[in-house]
Design a binder for this molecule. Structure first.
Ligand code: SF4
Ligand code: SF4
Length: 317
């Protein structure tokens, strides 16, 4: 018997009202080809299951210390004296990610679940079993299922089967994508996708590549192809200070989006926020995350008005 197809999933969130129309359940798949420095879900970036550590749950080595000594690679040692949230002195474990192979031995030993593994392999049937529990809410609210990530289309076989199963059960489907995937992959899911939530992070390809790691031509081309094929689009623009928030940049957005008008149901402007910071620390990452003041309400209003002045439907998220 052939092995059932699995997807690597890091979360399934019910009662979402941000990821498409109505009440939705969003399935988050691991792995993304982009590296946005402001990423608010850094646990989605790697394609593999990885160790997280949540400081607020950790009891410290003096009171607990169950993780010390279990690591086969000696990646866990005593950290320096630190302060916990109550201002008490505490010694936390220090985890050297360069030695860690994410085996999970320490997570299994940690009774407080301060250490845990992020990313579980699930079959389509397992995910559908969970999603069908929420079908009455979808039916009542005009909602459905959103497949997100990471970049869910980097697990194309699993995403396609999940969408097909949802449609077979009469569930509205949305795919949340960076657009940085082969057109053939997007074309394969198009017949089973009622709505694409499509990110446009930057109109300048050189800047896109310098900051995010990949150029934007494929992303822009795919958006045009989805529109030409009759797909429905919600375009999502994260408004990032000093990156894409200028009036000149938004004039480029408006010109590009005007050409997609017949397929465009919504432009969502998402103001930059710092919610990814604590998650970044949980992953024990050494690289720096982008930190800035969020854009002001006045700037968000001005950019929204600019998009609306082209006759495009726009909402601040
Ligand atoms: S998950 Fe990493 S740190 Fe924990 S025991 Fe395994 S190798 Fe060591
Ligand atoms: S086992 Fe868990 S709670 Fe205990 S010291 Fe280690 S990380 Fe903290």
């Amino acid at each position: 018997m052939s092995k059932a197809l699995t997807g690597k999933i890091y979360d399934i969130q019910g009662f979402s009202v941000q990821d498409g129309p109505g009440i939705r359940t969003t399935v988050f798949l691991k792995g993304c080809p982009l590296r946005c420095p402001w990423c608010h879900s850094p646990e989605s970036q790697e394609f593999f299951t990885e160790l997280n550590w949540l400081q607020i749950r950790c009891l410290g080595l003096e009171a607990c210390g169950l993780c010390l000594g279990v690591c086969p690679h000696a990646a866990i040692t005593r950290g320096p004296v630190a302060e916990n949230a109550l201002g008490e002195e505490i010694i936390y474990p220090e985890i050297d990610k360069s030695k860690c192979d994410n085996c999970g031995a320490c997570a299994a030993a940690c009774k407080a679940t301060a250490l845990y593994l992020c990313g579980t392999d699930k079959t389509v049937a397992e995910v559908m079993h969970r999603l069908l529990r929420d079908k009455p809410f979808f039916d009542e609210s005009g909602g459905g299922v959103t497949v997100s990530g990471g970049e869910c289309l980097c697990q194309p076989g699993f995403t396609l089967e999940l969408l097909k199963n949802c449609k077979a059960h009469g569930i509205h489907t949305a795919v949340d994508t960076t657009g940085f995937v082969k057109w053939e992959t997007l074309a394969s899911v198009l017949p089973y996708t009622d709505l694409f939530l499509y990110d446009l992070k930057c109109m300048d390809s050189a800047l896109h590549k310098r900051v995010i790691g990949v150029p934007n031509e494929l992303i822009l081309d795919n958006a045009k192809k989805i529109a030409a094929a009759g797909g429905r689009l919600w375009i999502r623009i994260p408004v990032i200070p000093l990156f894409n928030d200028s009036e000149a940049h938004f004039l480029q957005y408006a010109a590009f989006l005007s050409a997609l008008k017949s397929s465009l149901e919504m432009v969502q402007l998402l103001p930059y926020h710092t919610m990814g910071l604590s998650k970044h620390e949980r992953l024990l990452k050494k690289e720096k995350i982008f930190v800035a003041e969020p854009p002001s309400d006045a700037l968000m209003e001005a950019r929204s008005k600019l998009i609306a002045s082209y006759g495009l439907p726009v909402r601040i998220h």
